[in-house]
Design a protein around this ligand. Structure first.
Ligand SMILES: Nc1nc2c(ncn2[C@@H]2O[C@H](COP(=O)(O)OP(=O)(O)OP(=O)(O)O)[C@@H](O)[C@H]2O)c(=O)[nH]1
Length: 239
């Protein structure tokens, strides 16, 4: 449930807030969800990402202090807060903070309507529960129709990376990717399969180093037509 509308702030009051509070204020005023796997780029103004990164750095420095690490004399951790803040905001969670990659769409002039599969696309993500890495692969199957917009092959990888570069849970990540592709391509059928290693299970906790999670989303023709679904899955099993 989105947070309640904040009291109205004058421009000067808003400008005096830390960047994270300013951005949160805009999100709540617009009644916009801002979970870990949501993109909030539309609410970030020029220069604010630098401010946000500096805020995250300051908080991470406090975390290191709370862990009783002497970052003043330990040459290895002196710059750790700075490195990790940059990694969070600009690298591994950048899919929250930047606009979607530009995706050129081409009309389907030759009216292609054959099954197309892209993959495996490498997935690098992190689980929202422990912020541990999720490393895996995604396959995308599409059945275009004459009205579909075809997108360049590399754009499947770029859109996947944009959605996965956020704290995620695998089920929601796959659904988000499906929604994005459905909207852009408008195919008759869309299928996505993802398999991934969850380091929150390998590295810590249960320490089960073998198990992987596999999940799928099937839409349109892939749901209705068992032969199409079988064809897609059998082509994947050969990869
Ligand atoms: N369904 C789903 N669960 C996930 C995913 N990534 C991590 N998890 C699980 O999320 C759960 C979080 O559970 P909690 O019980 O709150 O956390 P915890 O006490 O640290 O649990 P353990 O990992 O069992 O030590 C764990 O069981 C994780 O394995 C995901 O993508 N999908």
């Amino acid at each position: 449930m989105p947070a309640k509308n904040p009291p109205q702030l004058a421009a000067a009051e808003l400008a005096a807030l830390p960047a994270s509070e300013r951005i949160r204020y805009r999100l709540i005023s617009a009644n916009c969800r801002h979970h870990a796997n949501d993109n909030i780029a539309a609410f970030i103004e020029a220069g604010e990402l630098d401010e946000l990164q500096a805020e995250v750095q300051a908080k991470l420095q406090e975390v290191l202090r709370a862990m009783v690490i002497d970052t003043d004399s330990d040459h290895n951790t002196q710059e750790t807060a700075k490195r990790v803040a940059k990694m969070f905001v600009r690298e591994i969670y950048k899919g929250r903070y930047v606009e979607a990659p530009p995706v050129t769409e081409f009309p389907n002039v030759t009216r292609l309507n054959e099954l197309m599969i892209v993959g495996p696309i490498k997935v690098r993500s992190a689980c929202s529960h422990h912020l541990c890495p999720i490393m895996g692969r995604v396959w995308i199957g599409l059945l275009p129709n004459e009205h579909s917009n075809l997108i360049g092959l590399s754009k499947y990888a770029r859109l996947t990376d944009w959605i996965m570069s956020r704290p995620q849970i695998q089920e929601e990540a796959v659904t988000m990717l499906a929604n994005e592709l459905q909207e852009r391509v408008q195919p008759d059928g869309l299928a996505i399969v993802m398999e991934a290693d969850h380091f929150c299970m390998h590295w810590r906790g249960v320490k089960d180093s073998e198990s992987m999670m596999t999940n799928s989303v099937m839409r349109g023709a892939f749901l209705k037509d068992p032969n199409l679904r079988r064809e897609f899955l059998s082509l994947l099993s050969k990869k």
